[in-house]
Design a protein around this ligand. Structure first.
Ligand code: SF4
Length: 292
């Protein structure tokens, strides 16, 4: 089917700075290290296509829920992903002979350092976020004894409150959630330092999506269906335009998208550039890949 169609990309989309650095560090390790496999400690990104491509190049994911951590790395490279890890886990990797490439996102590194500094100054450390998320467990390793608060109820129901404390958030926490936790704690802790550690990457993608929605008839959101920020983008796109689709690959573009004259594209922070390009090319060519 031939159809005149304009494709418009969101101004900001796809890999955030931290994920891009981690992917590039892994690609560099593949070039530099003669030893295979190259390991990543946990998956670098929540995108099945990107993980498949990395696996095909000789990357093996180790850690909870993935391949077991080798007893002896024999000089093999381990890339620490953007979320970071606790210092004792890094020391353990090195003790087992790994060459550790630290691709912790600079924003997360900053949270880790601040947690350590305040802990050493004698402040109680509160972390706001998901207690099972790698970023939070990583930061917690820098402030032994810290307390993780997932929501306002957690902040409201502690058995006791310290005289002075610092509050640090997961970089991807929702602003409203963080404010609610900060407000609750500040009513109980006489000296509370609230650090602004929320990363603007998610908000920047949402704002760019809003601008895009004013120019198009519908939006194709590209990214992993298990990626929280991609799913959030999809829900916003649907609310903004009434016509939005989430696809992991060019093959998944629904037929309705090809019928539009002006189609917008955005992508989650873990979507590789190649996948976005493939979706754009498929929309430009104007065919239905699933019928080929
Ligand atoms: S979302 Fe922000 S903090 Fe997290 S990895 Fe990306 S740039 Fe870093």
């Amino acid at each position: 089917m031939s159809h005149s169609r304009t494709i418009i990309r969101a101004d900001i989309m796809g890999y955030c700075m931290g994920v891009r650095r981690a992917v590039e560090a892994t690609e560099q390790a593949l070039l530099e290290s003669p030893i295979r496999p190259v390991y990543t400690y946990g998956p670098l990104i929540h995108n099945p296509q990107a993980l498949e491509r990395l696996a095909a190049s000789g990357v093996v994911v180790i850690g909870d829920g993935y391949e077991p951590i080798p007893d002896d790395f024999r000089g093999a490279t381990v890339v620490v992903r953007a979320h970071g890890i606790p210092p004792e886990e890094r020391r353990e990797l090195e003790r087992r002979g790994a060459r550790v490439v630290d691709a912790t996102c600079p924003r997360v590194l900053s949270s880790q350092k601040r947690a350590l500094v305040y802990h050493e100054r004698g402040y109680s450390v509160f972390l706001a976020g998901d207690r099972n998320h790698g970023e939070i467990t990583g930061i917690a390793g820098f402030a032994p004894g810290c307390v993780v608060l997932e929501n306002r109820v957690d902040a409201d129901s502690l058995e006791g409150y310290p005289e002075r404390a610092v509050l640090i958030s997961q970089t991807t926490i929702r602003e409203g959630e963080y404010e609610a936790i900060a407000e609750t704690l500040s009513a109980r802790v006489p000296e509370l330092v609230v650090l602004n550690t929320i990363c603007p990457a998610t908000m920047d993608r949402q704002k760019a999506l809003e601008a895009l929605s004013r120019e198009v008839d519908g939006i194709v959101v590209v990214g992993g269906k298990n990626s929280a920020n991609t799913v959030r983008l999809y829900k916003s796109a649907l609310a903004l335009t009434g016509r939005a689709w989430l696809t992991e690959t060019a093959d998944g573009i629904p037929e309705e998208a090809f019928a539009l004259e002006r189609v917008g594209i955005t992508a989650g922070a873990s979507t590789p550039d190649e996948v976005i390009d493939e979706v754009e090319q498929a929309l430009q060519k104007g065919y239905y890949p699933r019928q080929d």
